[in-house]
Design a protein around this ligand. Structure first.
Ligand code: GLN
Length: 547
């Protein structure tokens, strides 16, 4: 049966609780344990699928088709363990399950209350898969004291109480601010935060002190004394140059040691941190730099394309080069010539997106890349825009467009080269959707197999002709235009196994031009860069050399 580590946060949000959890997962793995990471989010959305990326950052999609919090991306990138539906839950989902049961009459006429019905639902969620791993790491979103977080805190308190002694521990992450005027690090916010936690019955076993600098022993001892935590379990967690330093840094500060001590695991297996030393070596000893333009819509918030930014970094690591990514708002190209902006770049990436705004600009960016021989990677909407560009400019479909934009505008303006997909095959069954279906969770979601054309560039890059990648989209390139487009040099080099859905397009007669209907960025890891990103950056390095 798994041991449970509950990770909570205090003082302020955005301290890197997800990264701390992911790093702890990586460190336990380095000691030979199997781990699974989970996120429990207090908001009322059923999942983040319907939230704007401006609100919540990227939606991370799992193999089994869950639309989840971007922290699950960190978990996967740090541990390599593929997240599942059952690794992410929100208050919205919990309440919706409880209400469904109530309507069904499952509670046999009882009055439904937060305690015990909602907390039981949360505890049932925590138990899923508990026999499969050595450690289950569960992160609670938000900060202690938030009204909506209370049922989760109450549930983990009960859970630990019901388990045999020593099966659950609590790690609490707080902020230790530096006050420049007095030249001091302040411990009071941490004391208050722990007090809040203790008031609801949770005594932390380990404290992580986030700060812009190392927290000295004197302050750590003070916190240990006032917060009733052992001094060697009060861990300094200063800001780092790169997130990938976190596992080694936390190890140096003694996090994994403190966690294993709290479980009274002694002697602890020795850690093997070679994977992370290699990751750091690649980051620290990179030569040169390439510049990649990311032409997108949600450019003000970097978290909106978190996995793409990380996958580009991994691509750089594979080539031992630094990748500087610049975010450019696609709408600019609807007014101005893209050349003026895009010329300094070694490669262009058009990411996924929803809605019409900015799409004409993305089409112009794809055109620039195609005509000037600049490496181009189009992801999901970025592939659809590249196909529309080729249809308009090469295949003579002057008014080519996507049904998505006609649906949004409520009138027909385009020839739908990209159409609304209503039925497709998933494994052994057919999935059907209507345009009027709910917006949440009704896309083609999760991992699907694609067959790659032997001899194509993508088959060479992947080193295989069968791949599995994650999807999240409603619209699809229409095969009707395949022949026309292939005659003009845009090849359909990846298809769904039934041959009905185009998965990849490429221009063999171009230094590097690939569009993919899926999201390769979701599967890239620092220790296993995704082949498409590795080769895209390689092409950028080559383009850079030619200048
Ligand atoms: N909006 C497009 C679709 O639904 C693309 C989605 C995406 O880029 N993830 O098909």
């Amino acid at each position: 049966m798994a041991r449970y580590v509950f990770i909570t946060g205090g003082v302020v949000s955005s301290l890197g609780k997800g990264l701390a959890s992911a790093s702890l997962g990586a460190l336990l793995q380095a000691r030979g344990y199997s781990v699974r990471l989970r996120k429990l989010d207090p908001y009322l959305n059923v999942d983040p699928g319907t939230m704007s990326p401006f609100e919540h950052g990227e939606v991370f999609v799992t193999d089994d088709g869950a639309e989840t919090d971007l922290d699950l991306g960190h978990y996967e990138r740090f541990t390599g363990v593929a997240a599942r539906q059952t690794d992410s839950v929100s208050s919205g989902r919990i309440y919706s399950n409880v209400l469904e049961k109530e309507r069904r009459g499952d509670y046999l006429g009882k009055t439904i209350q937060v305690i015990p019905h909602v907390t039981n639902e949360i505890k049932d969620f925590l138990k899923i898969g508990e026999d499969e791993v050595d450690f289950m790491l569960c992160e609670i979103g938000g900060t202690v004291g938030d009204i909506e977080g209370l049922p989760f805190f109450e549930a983990i308190r009960q859970f630990a109480q019901e388990r045999p002694r020593g099966q659950c521990i609590f790690v609490h992450l707080t902020l230790v601010p530096y006050i420049a005027a007095s030249g001091e690090l302040k411990t009071k916010p941490t004391q208050h935060s722990v007090k809040e936690l203790r008031a609801i019955g949770i005594a932390p076993d380990v404290l992580l002190l986030r700060s812009d600098q190392e927290v000295p022993q004197k302050e750590r001892e003070k916190i240990a004394l006032f917060c009733n935590v052992r001094p060697d379990a009060v861990i300094s967690a200063p800001d780092l140059k790169t997130i990938y330093e976190a596992p080694l840094a936390y190890h140096r500060e003694g996090l994994d040691r403190a966690v294993l001590d709290a479980f009274q695991i002694s002697p602890a297996p020795r850690p093997n941190l070679d994977r992370w030393s290699d990751v750091m070596d690649r980051l620290e000893h990179a030569e040169g730099e390439v510049r990649v333009a990311i032409v997108g819509k949600y450019t003000q918030l970097e978290d909106a394309y978190k996995s793409i930014a990380e996958a580009l970094t991994h691509g750089g690591m594979a080539n031992r080069t630094r990748v500087k990514a610049d975010w450019i708002d696609a709408e600019i190209f609807e007014r101005e010539d893209p050349a003026a902006y895009l010329e300094p770049f070694d490669a262009i990436l058009v990411p996924g997106g929803f809605g019409e705004r900015g799409t004409e600009g993305k089409i112009r960016a794809a055109q620039f890349a195609r005509q000037k021989g600049v490496p181009y990677l189009g992801i999901c909407l970025g592939m659809q825009m590249a196909v529309i560009e080729a249809a308009r400019d090469l295949a003579g479909v002057a008014d080519a467009g996507s049904e998505e934009f006609d649906h949004e505008a409520g009138k027909k303006r385009f020839t739908p080269v990209v159409y609304h997909l209503k039925e497709w095959v998933q494994g052994n069954h057919t999935v059907a959707r209507k345009l009027t279906d709910d917006k949440g969770g009704t896309m083609r979601l999760g991992a699907y197999t694609a067959h790659l054309a032997p001899g194509s560039r993508v088959a060479e890059i992947y080193g295989t002709t069968e791949i599995e990648e994650r999807h999240r989209h409603r619209y699809e390139v229409d095969l009707k235009y395949r022949e026309k487009l292939e005659k003009c040099g845009l090849k359909f080099s990846g298809m769904s196994p039934d041959g009905r859905l185009p998965e990849i397009v490429e221009i063999p007669d171009h230094p590097w031009f690939i569009g993919v209907q899926f999201h390769p960025e979701l599967k890239s890891k620092p220790f296993a860069p995704h082949p498409l990103f590795a080769d895209f950056v390689r092409a950028a390095v080559e383009a850079n050399r030619l200048v």
